[in-house]
Design a protein around this ligand. Structure first.
Ligand code: F3S
Length: 431
């Protein structure tokens, strides 16, 4: 791998042992990928803190928070002192909501250790955003900006909607990037890999958040790790999808498949035309998405659901926007949840503060629901006790939750989920 003089100096130890380890990791990682150089990044999104009893015990017996960072964020068994981050770093979601430890089954020691690790991460320079949607709360990279992000739903949004550039990184490569401002130059950092490989011809209107989730779910299954471009012959795709629709679409495509970049002709920044998105090449496959494909995606997402009685409604995957919280609050205003149902809505901390000030949290709580932060049921592996069936408006969560926790999942619109929360029964259906 070619290294610049600055990179060689870091590699040779000029900036201390942690930076040296980070450069060594990036060089080994880049060479394994066939990268010929590193690219500069000023934007890292990663999980840094510790939320498990294993990490707590590890810190106690191996040398504190530096030991945890060395092992889990630098892949180094030798404990090295960790200096402040060189790069603007945002903390992603974690394994529970520290504001709701009882609901998530977290004991006091684990919570206290998490709080210590949060203080440590903040002390190193991390922004404690604690969300899978950093682009909602102040981390909005610009077109062409090289990033090092974890979290598949954030990566696909970063690449596709913002036109910034990142691969789906891991905790270790992000840890190394925080200390060096470098990441291997491969995959979606490079122009030649950003063109569409699969053409999806739309033959049906795609309007609601649910519709965008269904389309994303279909596309991910079909193209796996390809780059889809969505096009509607002879007309526009339709009303430009807003942030919640694009968020749900990308998250769904990154769940049923491994989509890290998509293009929507006339909407996303690298697809002003179909030809431009394809980069002058022919697609490897042309797929049609019409009413039959839409229904099939809906049925696949609802395959685990058998009982109409539900015990839990989870909203906020990916973390809800303020607009979605406002919508949910409007649907809940003046109503009460069914006594056997719990409603948990997940959002970033900063948006919860906004919802608190705007009165939405009060409406949700008066109805019997709760606004939570930092995590979600799939991440925390936590649902209310006794949950057999859950109602969801997220294709991503409907994909993962039955597999992770063995619950039945109903997937539908937000309004159907709120109705289920208030009546205790799923009455949704594809319109
Ligand atoms: Fe976020 Fe959890 Fe969904 S972390 S993208 S809400 S699976």
């Amino acid at each position: 791998m070619h290294l610049s003089d600055e990179e060689k100096a870091m590699y040779d130890g000029r900036d201390g042992p942690a930076v040296q380890k980070a450069m060594d990791l990036l060089v080994r990682y880049g060479e394994a990928l066939g990268a010929e150089r590193l690219v500069e990044t000023r934007n890292v999104c990663a999980t840094i803190t510790s939320t498990t009893p294993f990490q707590r015990d590890f810190a106690q017996t191996r040398g504190g928070m530096d030991a945890v960072f060395s092992e889990f964020s630098l892949d180094s068994q030798e404990v090295v002192p960790i200096p402040k981050f060189k790069v603007f770093t945002s903390h992603l979601q974690l394994g529970f909501d520290p504001g709701q430890p009882e609901r998530m089954g977290i004991d006091t020691q684990t919570l206290q250790f998490y709080e210590r690790s949060e203080r440590h991460a903040a002390g190193l320079g991390a922004q404690i955003m604690n969300t899978c949607t950093p682009y909602q709360v102040g981390n909005v990279p610009t077109r062409g900006e090289h990033c090092a992000w974890m979290e598949s739903s954030a990566v696909v949004y970063c690449n596709s909607v913002l036109g910034a550039r990142t691969n789906t990184e891991g905790r270790e490569s992000c840890g190394a990037a925080m200390l060096t401002a470098r990441i291997p130059d491969w995959g979606y950092h490079r122009d030649e890999n950003r063109h569409a490989t699969h053409l999806v011809e739309l033959d049906v209107d795609v309007e609601s958040v649910q519709d965008w989730g269904l389309l994303g779910y279909f596309i991910g299954e079909q193209v796996q790790s390809g780059v889809p471009v969505v096009h509607r012959r002879g007309r526009d795709i339709g009303r430009a999808p807003n942030l919640p629709r694009l968020k749900h679409f990308g998250a769904a495509a990154a769940s049923s498949g491994g989509v890290e970049l998509f293009h929507l002709v006339g909407i996303t920044p690298e697809a002003p035309t179909l030809e431009h998105a394809l980069g002058g090449k022919k697609p490897v496959e042309v797929l049609r998405y019409g009413p039959a494909e839409r229904r099939a995606a809906y049925e696949r997402l609802n395959t685990t659901a058998r009982e109409a009685e539900i015990q839990y409604v989870m909203l906020g995957c990916p973390h809800y926007t303020i607009e979605q919280i406002w919508e949910a609050a409007q649907l809940l205003e003046g109503r009460r949840l069914h006594p056997d149902v719990q409603l948990w809505i997940f959002t970033p901390r900063a948006i919860k503060a906004l919802a608190d000030r705007s009165g939405h949290t009060r409406i949700i709580e008066e109805a019997g629901g709760v606004l939570m932060t930092d995590s979600c049921s799939a991440m925390s592996r936590a649902v209310p006790p006794g949950t057999r069936a859950v109602a969801l408006d997220s294709a991503k969560q409907a994909h993962y939750l039955p597999a992770i926790l063995g619950v039945q999942a109903w997937f539908g619109s937000t309004a159907e989920c709120i109705e289920a929360a208030c009546t205790g029964r799923w009455q949704g259906g594809l319109k």
